[in-house]
Design a protein. Structure first.
Length: 369
C-alpha cells in the first residue's frame, strides 16, 4: 500500500513538533521549577543544660554549616537561623543577616549552636526578623525554606499541652526561653485549671533548677478590651513575675512590639509591683510603674488604633475602685498576629534570689471587641 504524499508530510511535521516540544519541555523545566535549598555539613545540636540561667543570648557556642541552592535568582541570598530557647535567632555574618551564594549555588556560614537550623533563600529587599517564634513562610520575599536538625541527640523536653480557660483555647510553652533577659525553663506541668475554671501558674523546683509556666492563646483577637481578673499576688517573692502580654512572637526583648501588664517587683524588695508597658520598655514614655496594696484586682487595657488605655480596678470586675489608669498614644502596635500570653517566671537578675515555689491564679480572662 502506498501512502499519500501529503499525509506523510503532515506526519513528519507532527513528529518534528512533538520532538521539539519534548526537548523544549525537558530543557525549560529546571528554569521554571521552584528554587530549593539542600544542607551539606550540619552543625552540632546545642547541648547546654536546659536549666542553666547564667548565660545570655550571645553566649552560645558556634559551628559551621553549609549547603547548596538550585534555581536562585540574581541578588537572592541566604538567611540562617538557629532554634534555641524556644525561638529562632538570626545567625549573622560579620554583623549582617545575609550569607552570599557562590556562582555554583554553594553557601557556607557560621551559626550559633541550636536544636534546629533553618536556611531561607530571600530576595534582596527582604528584611528578616532578628528573632521569631515561627519561621516565615515561602512568599513575600522568601523564595525557599529548608530546616534540619542539629547533629547529635537533642535534649529531651516535656511535650506542650492544650487547655481551655475562660472559653478560649491555650497552649503551654515548653523548654528554655528568655524572658526579660532571664533564661527560664518552662514546664507544661506547671499550668492547670481547677474545678471552678481558674487558671493556675506555678514556679516549681528549687534554687538552681526552677521551672516556670506560660500559656499562649491559640489565635489573635485584634483590637478591643482585654481583662484579667487576678487573685492577690502580694505573696509572690520579689523575683517572681506574673506578666499579661499580647505579642506576635517576633523581635528581641528590646525591639519587639507588645503590650504588657507586669505584676512583680523585679527582684527588689521595696520596688513598685505593677507596670503598664508599651514595648520597647527602654523608652521612658512607654512605661508607667506604681504600687498596689494586697488584694484581688482586674487589670485591663482597651486597645484601639493609635492608642491603648490601661486600667487597674480593685476587685473581680470592672466596676470597682479605680487604682490607676493611663493612656498611651505613642508607639502603640497594630494587632496583626499578636496573641495573649500569661506567664509566671523567675527574674534572675534581681538582688533577691527566689527561695521557694510560687503560684499565681487568674480567675478569668475576658475579651470584648
Amino acid at each position: 500500500m502506498v501512502s499519500h504524499p501529503h499525509i506523510v508530510a503532515r506526519t513528519a511535521t507532527f513528529s518534528v513538533l512533538l520532538v521539539h516540544f519534548v526537548l523544549t519541555g525537558c530543557h525549560s523545566s529546571p528554569i521554571n521549577s521552584d528554587p530549593t535549598i539542600a544542607f551539606g555539613k550540619v552543625a552540632a545540636a546545642y547541648q547546654e543544660s536546659s536549666y542553666k540561667t547564667d548565660i545570655t543570648e550571645r553566649d552560645y557556642k558556634t559551628g559551621i554549616i553549609d549547603g547548596r541552592v538550585t534555581g536562585a535568582h540574581p541578588g537572592q541570598r541566604i538567611v540562617l537561623y538557629a532554634k534555641t530557647d524556644g525561638r529562632w535567632g538570626q545567625c549573622q555574618q560579620s554583623g549582617q543577616p545575609f550569607t552570599s551564594i557562590e556562582s555554583d549555588g554553594r553557601w557556607k556560614a557560621s551559626v550559633h549552636l541550636g536544636l534546629q537550623y533553618a536556611a531561607l533563600l530571600v530576595d534582596p529587599t527582604y528584611d528578616p526578623p532578628e528573632q521569631t517564634e515561627s519561621l516565615p513562610i515561602v512568599g513575600n520575599g522568601v523564595a525557599a525554606l529548608a530546616v534540619v536538625n542539629g547533629e547529635g541527640p537533642p535534649p529531651v523536653l516535656p511535650l506542650p499541652k492544650t487547655l481551655n480557660f475562660s472559653g478560649y483555647e491555650w497552649t503551654t510553652s515548653t523548654g528554655p526561653i528568655f524572658h526579660a533577659g532571664s533564661r527560664n525553663f518552662f514546664d507544661p506541668a506547671n499550668v492547670w485549671t481547677d474545678e471552678r475554671g481558674a487558671l493556675h501558674l506555678r514556679i516549681s523546683g528549687s534554687p538552681g533548677k526552677w521551672a516556670a509556666a506560660e500559656v499562649k492563646l491559640t489565635r489573635s483577637l485584634g483590637y478591643g478590651t482585654y481583662s484579667f481578673q487576678v487573685r492577690d499576688v502580694s505573696h509572690l517573692e520579689p523575683s517572681a513575675l506574673l506578666t499579661l502580654v499580647t505579642w506576635d512572637g517576633v523581635g528581641t526583648e528590646s525591639t519587639r512590639r507588645e503590650l504588657d501588664v507586669e505584676l512583680g517587683r523585679w527582684g527588689e524588695l521595696e520596688n513598685t509591683n505593677v507596670n503598664y508597658v508599651v514595648q520597647p520598655y527602654y523608652v521612658p514614655a512607654n512605661i508607667v510603674a506604681f504600687r498596689v496594696p494586697p488584694g484581688t484586682y482586674t487589670h485591663s487595657f482597651r486597645w484601639e488604633p493609635g492608642q491603648v488605655a490601661f486600667s487597674t480596678v480593685a476587685g473581680s470586675g470592672n466596676t470597682g475602685r479605680v487604682i490607676n489608669r493611663h493612656v498611651f498614644t505613642s508607639g502603640v502596635p497594630s494587632p496583626e498576629e499578636k496573641s495573649v500570653r500569661i506567664c509566671l517566671y523567675v527574674f534572675f537578675r534581681g538582688k533577691t534570689p527566689l527561695k521557694n515555689e510560687n503560684e499565681a491564679i487568674i480567675d478569668k480572662f475576658e475579651y470584648l471587641p
